[in-house]
Write a protein that binds this ligand. Sequence first.
Ligand code: MOS
Length: 742
Amino acid sequence: MGEEFRIIGKSLPRFDGPVKVAGESRFLADIDIPDCWVGGVVRSDTPRGLLKGIRTLPAFEETGAVLVTAADIPGENCVAIVRRDYPALAAPDINYATQALALVAAPDRERLARAAAAVEVDIEPLPPIFTVEESEARKELIWGEDNLIDHYRTERGELEKGFAEADMVVEGEWETGLQEQLYLETQGMAAWRSGDGIELLGSMQCPFYVVNAVSVALGLPHEKVTVRQSVTGGAFGGKEDYPSILGVYAALLAWKSGRKVKMIYERSEDLLVSPKRHPSKSRYRMGLTKEGKITALDVDIRLDAGAYTTLSRVVLQRTHLHAAGCYYVPNIRIESRAWATNTPPNGAFRGFGAPQAIFAMERTMDLAAERLGIDPLDIRLLNTIKHGDRFPYGQIMREGNNAEAVLLKAAELSDYRRRRELLSHQGGGRLRRGIGISLGLHGGGFTGSGEEKMGTTAKVTFDGEKFRIYTSSTEMGQGASTVLPMVAAEALGAELEDVLYIEPDSSRTPNTGPTVASRTTMYAGKAVQDACENLKKMIENGGAPLAGKALTEAAKKYLRDNGRAEALGYNIFTDGQSWDEENFTGDAYHGYAWIANAVEIELDMDSYEATPRFAAIAAEVGRAINPMQAKAQLTGGVLQAFGWAHIEDLKVDANGRYTAAHMNAYMAPTTLDTPEWKVELLEDPCPAGCYGAKGLGELPCDAGAAAFVAAIDHAAQIFSHCAPMTGEKIFEAIEKRDNGGE
Ligand code: MOS
């Protein structure tokens, strides 16, 4: 590979790197907007209740502040995301602590604080429910008629026959916790009236999601809402839905006050109100032959959605579709449900529902291996899904045997067999080592027919000097502003320095879809490629192919002759796949990326702290457009998975608030917790993806936790059922084992 491309496949440093490293990037907080007011939110301290009234004390008037309540909302009182069940401001039902009740804008922070303190709310409390069990039991009805936000069911083969054929049945209950994205800069949005419309600027992933939400809340047509992205130093899914919420708040304040209004959260407010990874509880019952071949699998997964739908439906879809992981299961039933609780709505976090399912499936494989006395690597190798096999939802696997390939590669990179054997016989010192291995996959792009329906569009122009790429694909630290120009330069035959990535602005960039679902390189890239090929054809006008400076010269002539040089491009599918939305069956994704992790940890038997010392990552990514950046994505995401596996411990307290309100109460891995990495990329090009690329952004969060927990188990000689497997839990498991428990 490689030779057929000029630019694709080159390991180039990120184009936005130098500015960011030098501290010269201007985040929203660095941008001085003249005469700008500041906005804030009056929140509920009660997890469930009825809002009886809001009034301002005389001190409010003295500040000159402006108050917005539900009655002031010109359009619909909701933040439109997947459904319209989430009110912008509670009226009258309050369903979680920190829910927004009213908004305040004031000329400065000091007056904002005084004004907000002078708003009194009258709430009649109601009994809250905080767990999926209480929600399931309908202890209280808090959402719809039954608290059930969404439900999917899949059956394939004959489950009972499959269990009858089994020599052994294993059953495990698995639990995963909340996780906070901890992006670089906190959520922030500025808004101001412009003519008879409104403009917004802020940190975000998806400009057109914000356009839609603001247009619904203000009752304005889409074209009256302009949304621009400010520099975004990280998101990890945390800026997929929340900017719609904050955008609606800022827009409502700007609309009523007639002022420019900026809202930037302090870290503690951000931690308390922003969406987290959905906690999950699942039950896996698996039948196997004595050789270790899976004959049947019965899965029940429950996600805690929090108080409103936000993205839970689509997160649950991904959980459901990734429930059997990378394995072929002939007889299967999968039930998945998202339940409402009186906690802040959970949302997108890199992996988007897949990590919860893959953790459970991988742990079930480990449990089966232990019961059968087979090595965890061997039981996996025996069951990986192969070319021609069916996924539970009916899709036929058309790719090469990539699950097996990455697994073998990770085992080789980590010297897995030798280390596993060696560490199984180590002494009982204070520092003990363990090694674990896991396997994961990630369907790239939107689920089902989402990609076809979206109409992904990109635009490229020539401005007389440079080619400019217009998309709604945001740079958020993941490398879009490096990779998209690489794709464009390749497709045009242009020099890289002659291509510019343009920051998304809904008034001048086409809708390339949201920057989510690992779809940017794979699908937005494909639209950029198409636009560039179209422009190139126009410039070459039937003549010989041009490249480099000759192309630029021809582009200049084309511009002089025609007055403008621009072309649109689309993400067009020709792979004949189909998806049945009603029955939730068929070709769920156009390409799957695959990952295997092997991690060796050191467990301190005094503190029960586990430190990763060495980690191997083998990932099949279709085509690595920029291998160095692909590897950086992989190590970063796997480290997040390790954090989720052990130290990122977040709960909801008795008042329905998160237990961490500051970064000192929320431990997450830093570079000091980083192991020595060995990363290898495998490439099985995907026909649907840009130059064969598959989505890899989320893949590294999918499987790492299972490997990390397996390594803890290996070191401590326990068997873990949850993530995070904190030091306390390791201690408890050892105590339980030594006192005759499991
Ligand atoms: Mo994502 S977790 O699809 O922003």
